[in-house]
Design a binder for this molecule. Structure first.
Ligand SMILES: Nc1ncnc2c1ncn2[C@@H]1O[C@H](COP(=O)(O)OP(=O)(O)O)[C@@H](O)[C@H]1O
Ligand SMILES: [Mg+2]
Length: 153
């Protein structure tokens, strides 16, 4: 069994963050949950835009902050939610997001992490400077047996 420990990559432009999201897309499968953490302006939405492009979605991804949840249809359905506005896990369940087909990506995911079960990928984006970010991948549960480090260039 391969194991994937947490790892980090430094990117130095918005384009590089987007490209990393795009490289994550082919590693995703039906039922996956990805939680994105990092302060406002870290690049969470941009990263989701990369995932969307990698999933064959042509529509531009915008922040779900005011609509709470947006869905896009690609090779897999992408459900993009914002836990900052979501009233916790109860609302996730009410919206049927946890057993929704496709991939669920949640910005401000740390808010729901304690209550969604062990199997998810947590990604934290840390500001290093105006244009550089450390993107930290933390596979949890069964994700630790997946080759998520193939996302690295
Ligand atoms: N390396 C980088 N990665 C991501 N975004 C960056 C980077 N450098 C600068 N930025 C800028 O930071 C902002 C990130 O916005 P956004 O993706 O909406 O963040 P969040 O969803 O985390 O609030 C964008 O304006 C983007 O151009
Ligand atoms: Mg955002």
């Amino acid at each position: 069994m391969n194991t994937c420990a947490p790892f980090s990559i430094t990117v130095d432009s918005p384009k590089a963050t987007f490209a990393l999201g795009r490289r994550l897309a082919p590693l995703l499968t039906d039922g996956d949950v990805v939680l994105l953490n990092g302060r406002l302006g870290a690049g969470k939405t941009l990263f989701v835009g990369g995932i969307a492009e990698g999933l064959g979605i042509t529509e531009a991804v915008t922040s779900p902050t005011f609509v709470i949840v947006k869905q896009y249809e690609g090779f897999l359905r992408l459900t993009h939610a914002d836990a900052y506005r979501l009233g916790g896990t109860a609302e996730l369940a009410d919206l049927d997001l946890l057993d929704n087909p496709g991939v669920l990506v949640v910005e401000w995911g740390e808010a729901i992490e304690p209550s969604i079960g062990p199997d998810h990928l947590t990604i934290r984006i840390d500001h290093l400077s105006e244009t550089s970010r450390a993107i930290v991948f933390e596979p949890r549960g069964t994700w630790q047996t997946r080759e998520i480090d193939r996302v690295l260039p």
